[in-house]
Design a protein around this ligand. Structure first.
Ligand SMILES: NC(=O)c1ccc[n+]([C@@H]2O[C@H](COP(=O)([O-])OP(=O)(O)OC[C@H]3O[C@@H](n4cnc5c(N)ncnc54)[C@H](OP(=O)(O)O)[C@@H]3O)[C@@H](O)[C@H]2O)c1
Length: 224
């Protein structure tokens, strides 16, 4: 259950497909497509729910595009509620300029940039990169974003987890063992806040069989 946030920040749902050994990309990296049809459906349901998606610039550089709701009926379900057919795509970066030939810049959605300086081209909205994640999320809320899907990748996810601003985990477990360095939380020396490790920090919300041997698991952050 989602609770109103007294800080006025959006609810943040992390949506990732991860291998059994916790990788989000194969050892060679690049544009990873780990999930099958069931995962795709679960992803689209989250996109229907979301006002916007957050994407790390590393993921955008790897794919040169972002995830769209493909199902016209799902797009229509948003339109009848008075919402745009697709959630806005918010790219997080220290850069202001991206190659305009990327498919991303032709995709039918609103492109926003969360960065220190204004974009040179290709984005409809600039959200200045404030000091903290709480301030950044407050800025997104001031633009009407209440439900945010965090699409990764690992660098951005780790940053937001360390700031303890992720409210919900929606992980699709994909039946593959990939090995390599691309864990969904990077295996570096930095530790997570103790509050995220303690018992009771994450409340189990349920699982869903997605078919094709994939399982979706949900946890909600319990703050007190
Ligand atoms: N399996 C899945 O569900 C899934 C989902 C998403 C991605 N992936 C995979 O993950 C890989 C990419 O992950 P990644 O870790 O390399 O990249 P990433 O997390 O997508 O992007 C990292 C970049 O995001 C920007 N960034 C992150 N935190 C920031 C902050 N606090 N302030 C400003 N900018 C910030 C920086 O961009 P600048 O360098 O431009 O400053 C940083 O270099 C790809 O292989 C992709 O296919 C898999």
């Amino acid at each position: 259950m989602q609770l109103a946030d007294p800080c006025g920040v959006p609810w943040v749902r992390l949506v990732l497909a991860v291998s059994i050994d916790g990788r989000l990309a194969p050892p060679e990296g690049g544009a990873a497509q780990l999930g099958g049809d069931g995962d795709r459906h679960a992803l689209e349901q989250s996109l229907v729910w979301a006002d916007a998606c957050l994407i790390g610039a590393g993921t955008l550089r790897a794919h040169e595009c972002t995830c769209l709701i493909r199902d016209p009926q799902l797009q229509q379900s948003r339109v009848v509620e008075g919402r745009p057919p697709q959630p806005a795509a918010v790219v997080v970066s220290h850069q202001a300029d991206f190659p305009q030939h990327w498919r991303f810049f032709q995709q039918p959605l609103r492109r926003w940039l969360l960065a220190p300086s204004a974009p040179l081209q290709g984005f409809e909205q600039w959200v200045p990169l404030a000091q903290t994640w709480t301030e950044r999320l407050q800025a997104l809320a001031s633009h009407g974003i209440q439900r945010l899907v965090l699409l990764g990748g690992a660098g951005l996810v780790a940053d937001m987890l360390r700031a303890d601003v992720v409210d919900e985990l929606q992980l699709t477990l994909v039946p593959a063992l990939l090995g390599g360095e691309h864990s969904w939380v990077p295996a570096d020396q930095r530790v997570m806040p103790a509050a995220l490790a303690r018992q009771g920090a994450w409340v189990f919300e349920g699982t869903e069989s997605l078919g094709g041997e994939e399982v979706l698991v949900r946890y909600r952050r319990q703050r007190d």
